[in-house]
Each structure stands twice: as structure tokens, then as C-alpha cells.
Design a binder for this molecule. Structure first.
Ligand code: OGA
Ligand code: MN
Length: 199
């Protein structure tokens, strides 16, 4: 998919239901470059905390993370950042979201790890406006588990959407609006998570 088709799909999703799921969002070599960057940092991943505390509650959240600054990852990852920048400009132009910067980390869930239902920006208190996810797992099968579940904004028990974390699938949703969870996976599950922040 070219970058214009991607950001068009994301804009339609955010303006409509409030979320978008886009398989094959990036060219395979770009996805592979992002995956290679994540794997090259494998030794640096640390168990994720919850909220502002450095609490490690693996029953709630089983992933390990490694923060990534804008533009990092060498030449092979530059096409990824370029697409994200074009997307930011399009979202601001079309939806007036006022997005300024992308806060992001890689996430690695070991087998058995999941993330219980939560909001990324409860009650809109933080600067996180749009959550984005890029999955980095070639050959993922439903039997591997690890699906992302997005629930209804009004009814938290209503499952709106189930996403397989297959390499190249991109997800965007309004961070304040959607409760979501990650089911425990039977194999290692790798992703890039980002939050577009307002100012
Ligand atoms: C998160 C999150 C979902 C996923 O990192 O906050 O909800 O599918 N991730 O990895
Ligand atoms: Mn989340």
C-alpha cells in the first residue's frame, strides 16, 4: 500500500468509528527493517511498568519494552519515519488533531504474556491523542493467540474488532476512547507501539 492510501484509510477510520485496521500497510522491506531494528535491541528490552509507577505487574501487563526516539534505526528505517510524518501532516490537515510528536517503543511479549483491558489515555488526562501499532510477526496464525481486542467506547464488554498481530498490519485508534486488551500469545509477539501527542 502506498503512503497516501494508508493515511486516507487511517483518516476515514478515525473520523468514522474512531479506529482503523490496515493489513499490509507498509512495504515488506520497511516492515522487515523495523523488525530487524527491534531484534537488534533484544538485550535492552525491560519489563514494562503501569501508569506512572515503575510497578511491574506481569499479571496485568506481560510485555518488555524498549523506547525508540523519532528517526532512530539507521537508513533502513527512514521510510517508516517518512510515512509517519506524512500521516501526521494529513491527520492535522484533515482532522485538526494538532499532533506534534510521536512517543514510541518496541514491545515484546514472551509466550504467555498479555495485557489486560485498559485505556491508553484514561479520561483524556494525558497528551496521547492517537495510538498507533505496527505488528512485526511474519506468519502469525490465529492459534498463536496474541490478538488485539478493541472494545466499544460506550460498552466495554462489546468486542468491536479482533486483530491478528501479523507483520505489516497497522492499527490506529483514538487513545482516549477505546478500551483494548492483548490476549496471551503462545509464541513471542513483537510490535511497535506509538502515541501521537498533542504539543
Ligand atoms: C499498549 C497496547 C496493544 C498491542 O502497548 O498500550 O495496548 O496490540 N498494545 O500490542
Ligand atoms: Mn494500550
Amino acid at each position: 500500500m502506498d503512503s497516501k492510501a494508508l493515511w486516507n484509510t487511517v483518516i476515514e477510520g478515525l473520523a468514522g468509528p474512531g479506529y482503523a485496521v490496515v493489513p499490509k500497510a507498509f512495504p515488506p522491506d520497511v516492515v522487515e527493517a523495523v523488525r530487524a531494528e527491534a531484534l537488534s535491541r533484544r538485550e535492552r528490552f525491560r519489563p514494562a511498568g503501569i501508569g506512572n509507577q515503575a510497578m511491574r505487574v506481569s499479571a496485568v501487563r506481560g510485555d518488555a519494552i524498549e523506547w525508540l526516539e523519532w528517526g532512530e534505526g539507521g537508513a533502513a528505517m527512514q521510510p517508516f519515519w517518512q510515512v509517519m510524518e506524512v500521516m501526521r501532516e494529513a491527520l492535522n490537515r484533515e482532522l485538526y488533531l494538532g499532533l506534534r510528536e510521536l512517543e514510541c517503543h518496541f514491545a515484546l511479549y514472551p509466550p504467555g504474556g498479555g495485557y489486560q483491558r485498559h485505556y491508553d489515555n484514561p479520561h483524556g488526562r494525558s497528551a496521547r491523542i492517537v495510538t498507533v501499532l505496527l505488528y512485526l510477526n511474519p506468519g502469525w496464525r490465529p492459534a498463536h493467540g496474541g490478538q488485539l481486542h478493541i472494545f466499544g467506547p460506550q460498552d466495554e464488554s462489546r468486542l468491536l474488532c479482533e486483530v491478528q498481530p501479523e507483520a505489516g498490519t497497522f492499527v490506529a485508534f483514538l487513545s482516549e476512547r477505546f478500551p483494548h486488551e492483548v490476549l496471551p500469545a503462545r509464541r513471542e509477539r513483537l510490535s511497535l507501539t506509538g502515541w501521537w501527542r498533542r504539543g
